[in-house]
Design a protein around this ligand. Sequence first.
Ligand SMILES: Nc1ncnc2c1ncn2[C@@H]1O[C@H](COP(=O)(O)OP(=O)(O)OP(=O)(O)O)[C@@H](O)[C@H]1O
Length: 643
Amino acid sequence: MDRKPSSHRPHYQHQHYSSNIEHKTPEQPHYYPLKTDTQPANKGSGCVSPESVQSSRLPHNPQDPGQAYVQQYFQSRQAMITTASVPQRRQYQQQQQAMQINERLAEIDRRNAIKKLSEMRMQKNMQTVDKNMEALKELHASIPAINKIFDVQCRIGSGTFSTVLLGTLQGERCLLETQRRRFAIKHHNPTSHPERILRELECMVRIGGVDNVIGINCCIRCNDNVAFVMPYMTHDRFHDIYKLLSVQEVREYMRNLLIALRHVHRFNVIHRDVKPSNILFNRRTGKFLLCDFGLAQRIAEDGSVIQASDFGAFSFLRDKDAVKNVMLQDGNSAQAEAEDYMANRKMRALGGGGGVDHPLKGPPSFLKFREPLTKKDMANQKADTLKLLNRLRFMSPQTNPDNYVVPSVSVKKEMHASRAGTPGYRPPEVLLRHPHQTTAVDVWASGVIMISMLSAMHPFFKAPNDCSALAEIMNLVGDISVRKVAFMMDRLVLLTQKRNPLDLRRVCMRLRYAEHFLAPEMQRRHRRADGSTEMCRGCDQPTFNCLCRNSAHKLESYDGLDMFPSNAYDLLSRLLEVNPEKRITAEEALKHPFFSDQQRIASGVPLHQQHQLVARDSMPATAARTLKPFVSYPVELASATNI
Ligand SMILES: Nc1ncnc2c1ncn2[C@@H]1O[C@H](COP(=O)(O)OP(=O)(O)OP(=O)(O)O)[C@@H](O)[C@H]1O
């Protein structure tokens, strides 16, 4: 049989099909558009003739099967309309009108929603502008002296106790904008306790300006309003960068933080508010500053807290020479920042330093060509991650958040224990209400920052109150270590459930590389014959991904997946040591192998000076250029202390 090649068949079929249509077209009845007395045809009735469709879109082509379908559709509809009775037609018209009204209403709703959204956006922008203006006005009104020294540009941040504004010196108006030094003007809320302001001022003057600790240029007071003038530093929001940092950057970040803490701790001062928002870190230049000493406390040799009024707060002010010699940091011009960045880039090109140019290691080859995830896989992965988060955040509903820890010896007189700090960064000794707190409080907080970077989860601890904060810590490190420490501190922790300690490295890896841990092929490989997956009761994870520290399960190894070396986790476990007496100090931590195998690069120090730093960890800040310190203190306080 003479068969046509298969490639010709569609053409043949198409021709056949078209001829069918052509055959039908002559028999087609004429189209009578539906007309009523009040409505012109094709307007408002929702009826469109096939001719009008054809003429408005394409030239009529009877060979086109698409057009043929349109014609057929209208023919059948027209047949229905023409054969329908008057009430049926009216009903049809009413339906069409209702549809149109609905469409119009939907359109109006859509337009209103867009209008409302843009109004809300504008309102938000205006609120920000308002807040900026408000902050500027407030500063000008409450400390008029500021107007004579600074051009205050805008608000750069605000916390619970202050508003921080950006200012440049009026004396430098003749310079290019990029060359003008920039200052952060911290305007304390007048409701802030004077002791708090004084404490912060003293810390900044005595401790600040060196070793990554923010310094102060001057302090201006007018009645109950106080403003600190500090060098301004452009910085990255931790929230924007914590997932992106390379190993080298994490190393530099932690080292700079520990250098700052070591310096602060040498003065027997606990910062008490170490958290990312109090750290100014510039990813481009590698510069790092620890700021906000508003909660700082000085501790006596016996471990008791020295109150701010006994802090010797004014002793340094009495010594006028000491004030003159205060190491001041310069304001930071945009040009100086750009130069720092170039120096850093050069350093990286030579193989040292942190920074953004380091490429991230890709996934290991065995996981590189993974099959795409189905919706079901993604849902499973989400559920699995949620289980882990629930496990980490779990607190029994029976727990009484106001009475979770009691003194084990009830006859002992209860002592005051400081709770100052930010939720999520408080260590076990603070949550256990231990009165003798040490600089180890800050070391724990640095560990919390490190775990956020290693696990790519921020905030890592998210508890709304101290009780659930302690529960979160126990969910990670196990209940036994916390109960032991509590016992040591004469405290009894009331528990409703036991908790296994988790393996820090696997927890961080599981959160950071979730897609690898939950790869469908991995899950399939470990699935039982009945389709279920064996789960570990200790950590609520599949047994092959068990996160328990002493897991007895056969684990998937994920060799080579993690970009962080094992000594990073070793350091982490020492920073997050539950027992404050055993916790590593900042000084010891700086000697940890996590840092020692790397070339030391000090933040913000030009390349040619870096070799001098081998024996030292950081440089003192550059000397003041022109800005003279201006310190003013309340008349009442001055007379009270005989200054
Ligand atoms: N020297 C500076 N350079 C640039 N920005 C700064 C500087 N000092 C502070 N900021 C910005 O202002 C914000 C608030 O500053 P700071 O933490 O000192 O105020 P606070 O009122 O004590 O805040 P909190 O209530 O969070 O403790 C910081 O998070 C930071 O973004």
